[in-house]
Design a protein around this ligand. Structure first.
Ligand SMILES: Nc1ncnc2c1ncn2[C@@H]1O[C@H](COP(=O)(O)OP(=O)(O)O)[C@@H](O)[C@H]1O
Ligand SMILES: [Mg+2]
Length: 369
């Protein structure tokens, strides 16, 4: 449906160094799919959307929508609707006129335009401000007008740049559900930008994780959590973040021994390693491993955790402590009776380890649950 091939974006500004905002981006979005672009500020999310919409040129590469190359077309010819990060509403027009603007060009009847504007206004809860002008609105209201203006259109693709960033959490959760319903019901294809993992997981079928202009991994939420492609995704996705440990590698008869300090060692059997992972371990003296906080068991086991803090969050405990020379966090479902300074037994199981090569690529994932 949408096919982005080898796209680069370099901004040249006079008197300033070039900014390489997007690098060799390859991405395919299916018809009817909802995709989240997730990443920290400045990683190239907005640049990517603006290139798809046509408000920014591609420096190189190609973009096709419904089998039609669009990267050289003007925005109006692309059949792409976009809600901008900065809203960009027309100040002289009322909210209703702003939303109806693109529909008027489509030569729909007045009644049909009014019906569609009312419907979308109800969905994003702005029926009461349809006669106001943008300058009289709060940031959150302007953002919803911008969202409505994009969603009301007939387009092949909808691009939403941080569409709910200005809204309170409660309203955001409600709109998220409604927008997801609308997109699904109409089979709309959409890409939205967010830096909020929860929002990405709640709304998207697949999540594209970007960092420093580079697409790190493009997959469903479970896949990102269970099979992170590299160290960046492993530590970026998941709350609290994955624990990372440096271990020393010793070959064994049937695999490898990975040890951190004197009282923490893992035996990794050859059977759990593919050829690349075996080679990586065979060549390494030190290797980074990761384990999710939810996979560390507290209260039993051979290893020791010196507790630094223990927080009960109402439904789970977060226990942070020092283990084998590393600060780690464990999450348990039940309450843990441990105070700072206590030493408690804990288990870090080799089956739960992700193993990362020197280049950061994950060469072995934890066993799926
Ligand atoms: N018009 C521009 N001119 C120069 N640099 C820009 C321009 N727009 C964005 N950038 C730079 O490109 C990088 C990516 O920006 P952007 O795509 O807005 O990231 P995000 O939306 O992920 O925060 C940033 O370093 C930003 O400063
Ligand atoms: Mg942005």
């Amino acid at each position: 449906m949408l096919s982005i091939h080898n796209v680069d974006k370099i901004y040249h500004s006079r008197g300033k160094p070039d900014v390489h905002a997007v690098r060799a981006l390859d991405m395919e979005v299916k018809k009817g799919e909802i995709v989240a672009l997730l990443g920290s500020s400045g990683c190239g999310k907005t640049s990517t959307l603006r290139m798809i919409a046509g408000f920014e040129s591609v420096t190189s590469g190609s973009i096709a929508l419904a089998q039609r190359a669009i990267h050289d077309l003007p925005p109006a010819k692309r059949k792409v609707a976009m809600a901008f990060e900065g809203y960009s509403l027309y100040p002289p027009l009322t909210v209703r006129e702003n939303i109806a603007f693109a529909l008027k060009a489509q030569q729909l009847s007045r009644a049909e335009i009014a019906r569609r504007v009312d419907e979308i206004a109800r969905l994003v809860e702005i029926e009461d401000i349809l006669d106001h002008h943008p300058r009289a609105l709060s940031g959150g209201q302007q953002q919803r007008v911008s969202l409505a203006r994009a969603l009301v259109r007939d387009a092949d693709l909808y691009l939403l740049d941080e569409p709910m960033g200005q809204l309170e959490p409660q309203l955001r959760a409600v709109l998220r559900g409604r927008i997801k319903g609308l997109l699904a019901e109409r089979g709309m294809t959409a890409i939205f930008v967010t830096h909020d993992q929860t929002e990405a997981s709640a709304l998207a079928d697949r999540i594209a994780v970007m960092e420093d202009g580079v697409l790190q991994q493009f997959a469903g939420e479970r896949e990102l959590k269970n099979r992170p492609a590299n160290l960046f995704v492993a530590s970026f996705i998941g709350e609290p973040p994955m624990n990372l440990l440096d271990t020393a590698v010793t070959p064994e008869e049937s695999g490898f021994r990975l040890s951190a300090g004197s009282d923490l060692a893992f035996h990794i059997s050859l059977q759990t390693l593919d050829v690349m992972a075996q080679q990586t371990l065979a060549q390494a003296q030190q290797i980074k491993v990761g384990i999710r906080p939810q996979r560390i068991a507290i209260g039993t086991g051979e290893s020791r955790l010196r507790v630094v803090s223990n927080q009960w969050l109402g439904d789970q405990s977060h226990v942070a402590g020092e283990c084998a020379g590393h600060l780690v966090v464990a999450v348990t479902q039940g309450k843990v009776a441990a105070r700072p300074g206590d030493v408690v037994p804990c288990t870090l199981d080799a089956r739960h380890l992700h193993i990362f090569g020197a280049d950061g690529v994950c060469v072995r994932h934890a066993e799926a649950r």
